[in-house]
Design a binder for this molecule. Structure first.
Ligand SMILES: Nc1nc2c(ncn2[C@@H]2O[C@H](COP(=O)(O)OP(=O)(O)OP(=O)(O)O)[C@@H](O)[C@H]2O)c(=O)[nH]1
Ligand SMILES: [Mg+2]
Length: 358
């Protein structure tokens, strides 16, 4: 599903939820990896070249232009004309990585590894340094990779979107719904932001634009009750994916974190596996505070995936590595602009190509 390209199995496509449950083993055989996971695998196999073709890469490069100026251009400039790798060069590189918000722990690990490789003479040429940095960054991202959890046959995959105010949760839901629809999923939305005025209408507008149902109550209603109703409806009506919006909340407010835990508890009364994905949405322009947000949300409702928005507006895209290193949680999407196609599936190697290839 999410992503993700759920391809319905014959059984799941035609069965009622209870029938599908009895046919689960056959369905699982037919499509072992399920919805979201299947699409990710297809991408990895190059079957969906729209996500990796030259146009895609160009768009991603443009969106990453400001971070590229630091991580690619400045590192290239740093090594130009140098004959050997000395301590000064490594120190300057360390400063560059920190200034791109790669974060101190990840930067320290990278520099220590480089110093070791230089000592072993594995890296001797300053030009080889960029390649060595790239390998380190790739390792950080690959270590964090985890497949998206799939629902049992006949049940909807539930994606719970969480994050602080204004990071792009609702917009990302609209973009994601469109992508999932295009991949053949039946998508429903739950208006779990009952707090902010006009939040319900904002999600309903996305629902209309995509022609997908939105389950909503009035502003001020209990968000857990909205999500419960929505999951009940999505299950009964055979939907493939339910995406639940939530109100933006400060990660430091314990009562608001409790509310998220309640949403999770209540949906688990219907499906103990839900939510299959807790998607933290983080605004890349926030800098190191994004790391604190990620840590605090993760402590309340364990995060299974991250969408990093607004990478187009910052030179601090290195925060992505800091978060991956600290939380070991995979990135699912990056937002590099306000257009619908600017929400990109995250693939570590494609991302590094866009960021670092000259
Ligand atoms: N430049 C840019 N803007 C983005 C991106 N993603 C979202 N936005 C903008 O960010 C603003 C806030 O988006 P929302 O989706 O309302 O954010 P939210 O997290 O739902 O906000 P609350 O519900 O108030 O917490 C909107 O103006 C979006 O267009 C992105 O990747 N790049
Ligand atoms: Mg919102």
């Amino acid at each position: 599903m999410f992503g993700f390209g759920k391809k319905k199995t014959q059984a799941a496509a035609t069965a009622t939820p209870s029938e599908a449950a009895t046919q689960a083993p056959a369905a699982a055989d037919a499509a072992p990896s399920g919805r979201l996971a299947q699409a990710i695998a297809e991408r990895a196999n190059g079957q969906q070249d729209t996500d990796t073709g030259p146009g895609f890469l160009r768009g991603l490069r443009n969106g990453l232009a400001r971070t590229r100026e630091v991580l690619n251009a400045d590192i290239a400039e740093l090594v130009t004309g140098r004959k050997e790798i000395d301590e000064d060069l490594l120190e300057e590189l360390e400063m560059l990585l920190v200034s791109a918000d790669v974060g101190v722990p990840a930067t320290t690990r990278i520099i220590e590894d480089l110093a070791y490789r230089v000592k072993l003479r594995e890296v001797s040429d300053p030009r080889g340094l960029l390649e060595a940095v790239r390998r380190q960054l790739a390792e950080i991202l690959h270590q964090a990779e985890t497949p998206v959890r799939q629902p049992a046959a006949g049940k909807p995959q539930v994606i719970l979107m969480v994050g602080v105010n204004g990071v792009g949760k609702t917009t990302s839901i609209g973009k994601l719904a469109k992508q999932l629809l295009a991949e053949g999923n039946k998508v429903m939305l739950a208006a779990g932001d009952t707090f902010r005025a006009a939040a319900v209408e904002q999600l309903q507008a996305w629902g209309e634009r995509n022609n997908v149902p939105v389950i909503a109550q009035h502003t001020g209603a209990d968000p857990a009750s909205v999500v419960y109703d929505a999951l009940q409806a999505a299950t009964a009506r055979g939907f493939d994916v339910l995406i639940a919006d939530t109100a933006g909340r400060l990660h430091t407010k314990a009562n608001l974190m409790e509310e998220l835990k309640k949403i999770v508890r209540v949906m688990q009364k219907i499906d103990p596996d839900a939510p299959h994905e807790v998607m933290l949405v983080v605004d890349a322009t926030t800098g190191q505070n994004a790391l604190h947000q990620a840590v605090q949300f993760n402590a309340a409702v364990p995060i299974t995936g991250i969408t990093l928005t607004k990478l187009d507006g910052t030179a601090k895209g290195g925060i992505l590595f800091a978060i991956a290193e600290r939380l070991q949680v995979p990135f699912r999407f990056v937002g590099v602009g306000e257009h619908i196609e600017d929400l990109r599936h995250f693939d570590a190697d494609t991302f590094l190509d866009a960021l670092l290839a000259s």
